[in-house]
Design a protein around this ligand. Sequence first.
Ligand code: PLP
Length: 543
Amino acid sequence: MTYRKILDEIRLAFPQPISNTIHDSYFIHSMMRALDQVDTLKTHLPFLGSIGTGDFDAAKKAELPEDISTVEEVTTDLVSYLQGMTIFGHPRTQQNVIAPTTIPSLIGVLLASLHNPNLCWDASSQLVALAEVEVIAMTSQLVGYDAEQSGGVFTFGGTGTTLYGVKIGLEKACPETMHKGTPEDAVVFVSDAGHYCAANITGWLGIGTNNLITIPTTSENEMDIELLEQELRKALTDEKKIACIIATLGTTDAFGLDNLLHIVALRETLVDEFQLDYQPHIHADAVIGWAWSVFNNYDFEENPLGFRPRTIRALAGACRRIQHLSLADSVGIDFHKTGFAPYISSLVLVKDRTDLDLLKRSPEQMPYLYHFGQYRPGMFTLETSRAGTGVLAALANLKLFGEEGLRAILGHIVEMTQLLREHLEGHEGTTVLNRGNFGTVTLFRAYPVGVDTFEIKRQEFEDAGNRDILIAHNAYNKEIFQYVNSEAMEGRGVFISTTDCYRKTAYGEPIVALKSFILSPFVDEEDVKTVVAKVLEAREAIG
Ligand SMILES: *Cc1c(COP(=O)(O)O)cnc(C)c1O
């Protein structure tokens, strides 16, 4: 074939640059075929097709094909890679903090991919840049920032949002590290229930993981404020520079909520007392918890949306901490977690947009960009090219849901979580470990017939004399987990997950727990009851 003939075929594989309605139909039809093929992978089970193990040895030998393929061939090939994927929206998966995605957010991703805006500046993104500014404004108001003052930028994940927070804080505590490099006396604080990305970030920024100070958490999974104070005082006495205090609002596994009000007050006290010439930066890692802000001004007494009393209590309990988000200097938000958008859709907000200037490069360093336009985040972002996909996905969902929709969806999953706990507590064989927790994760344990589940939790936790019993019950719960999930594989029951260390006992032994993480709006009371029924059935089967 001459190259011209090949080119003609390849041109058909692009959306047409000049309107061509016949070709548009082909484009849409191609996508429909892809979706149809995905649909044939759906059964009553909560995953696509069948779960197998990938042949990584064969994958390592993959070669570039010699000849061109058709759109249809490539489509079928691509769909095959979805085999075994969990259907995160399925009512019978309660495994992890992975969100099902809405149709408008998918359309957002498609549109941004179709015309490829680059958010490094408005000259290459046009009005998609405006969409970013709108999402920043809406979200600022939601968390309680003054949108006139605040700023923000979409970045490469929740990890990226914390990276921005820590980097800004580092520049405040140790000016000009951008030029001079990171000094050895910078330290960062985070709770032991905070996300491990803090270790990654201190490592990558050159602060060093040895300078990440981890503060133990209380039984409510929030940072122990007295220990934080001790460690901060110690660091300041040792003439360390506090680059950042990371407060986690919504820990990944247990929805622990750090007390920002206290942390900020503590900062003010220490700045005065130690006569600091900088304000230690406080970053709120709220990538999970941010969405609860929609309840900040909900009338819990009137309860117009009709949630059950236990739900109201959990929502109000979360808001007690979330309402103080605006006290943080910066906040991380993942729309791809509790915002029901596809990966990656993450936004870091700063209370004072001039903080972002601390990250600016000089124009001489970027000779071929930013000569005109009025929106130039590329002057300070870590990234050079930034996709518009996350922005349009986030905007789509904020518009789709509004305050009311987010309230309904979050309220519902909290309600289902509370119901699950109620049912688990209604049986003598099961006990909830994080009873007072406000999130949508439930950590629980099952015990063999004959064990006094009212007493056992305390006995196992406090008394080292019960170490062997604890270890036996750890193994027992792993067996329960195996049973429940192999039943779910057969279409009988619900996928849950497990954690090897819900927390450690007073004598340092890890406590294994069963875990239900509800994030799908499709979960309903019947699915919740099924979890309990299956655990009880496993208990009968195992003995
Ligand atoms: C998920 C998570 C992160 C990391 O976010 P990514 O979007 O996965 O990079 C950080 N902090 C918390 C609390 C998280 O749950």
